[in-house]
Design a protein around this ligand. Structure first.
Ligand code: ITT
Length: 221
């Protein structure tokens, strides 16, 4: 039986990626859109706290409320740059809206090297995602991380958000990320997420990993 997942998000890029991931597994993903003022993004310290607060708010808005057979999902992500002690992290949306991808590149302008491995190390960063799923009265959490580095300049038309400035680390034969600058079985060959397809991004992405972590916890998975 196909179950419906109401995904509370205003971000069409996230919706597209989650649908791409979950539809083939038999989940119908529908966007839950709340009007401005109906949802508050709390300024808290962790992605998990943001996700938990949004689930509680979303529950007030789905058909049949707490009795629903449907599931509710939220997913919060952020870009954590090592040289900036994890900034912008939970402030990623605000930073994208204010200084944007070019602002991030400018912040790291002083961190460069002719040596590509050293350059990737100096500019290392990771996307982190927490996906939270409400089903049958309980909340499950899934975590995903994607390590990589911030490119020297913005590139690519695909993807969304910080995709044009983020290059993922290579993956080993088991699909696990390797340290920056290490060659692996799978490589984006220095391309940013903005320059690769949604299918290719899926192999590396924090979102895919967080969703897989969630699905592993579902009784039917
Ligand atoms: P919601 O409505 O679902 O909260 P959002 O756009 O606010 O969507 P997040 O808080 O999860 O998204 O993400 C924080 C920022 O990080 C936001 O500006 C996103 O565009 C960006 N971001 C998240 N995942 C990303 C990804 O896979 N690639 C590039 N940027 C991403």
């Amino acid at each position: 039986m196909t179950r419906t997942i109401w995904f509370l998000t205003g971000n069409s890029g996230k919706l597209r990626e989650a649908t791409h991931h979950l539809l083939p597994l038999g989940y119908e993903v529908r966007q839950l859109i709340l009007k401005e003022g109906e949802i508050i993004e709390p300024q808290v310290d962790t992605l998990e706290e943001v996700a938990q607060s949004k689930i509680a708010q979303a529950l007030l808005h789905i058909p049949d409320g707490q009795q629903s057979q449907d599931m509710i999902m939220v997913e919060d992500a952020g870009l954590f740059i090592d040289a900036l002690n994890g900034f912008p992290g939970v402030y990623s949306s605000y930073i994208l809206d204010t200084i944007g991808c070019n602002g991030i590149v400018r912040l790291l302008e002083h961190l460069q090297s002719e040596d590509t491995v050293q350059c990737a190390q100096l500019r290392s960063a990771q996307f982190q995602a927490v996906a939270a799923l409400w089903m049958d009265g309980q909340i499950l959490y899934g975590n995903g991380t994607c390590p990589g580095w911030i490119a020297l300049e913005s590139s690519g038309e695909d993807g969304f958000g910080f995709d044009p400035v983020f290059t993922p680390n290579d993956l080993d034969a088991f699909g696990e990320p390797l340290p920056p600058g290490t060659y692996g079985e799978k490589s984006a060959h220095g391309k940013t997420f903005g320059s690769i397809s949604i299918e290719e991004k899926q192999a590396y992405s924090h979102r895919s990993r967080a969703l897989n972590d969630l699905l592993r916890q579902l009784p039917s998975a």
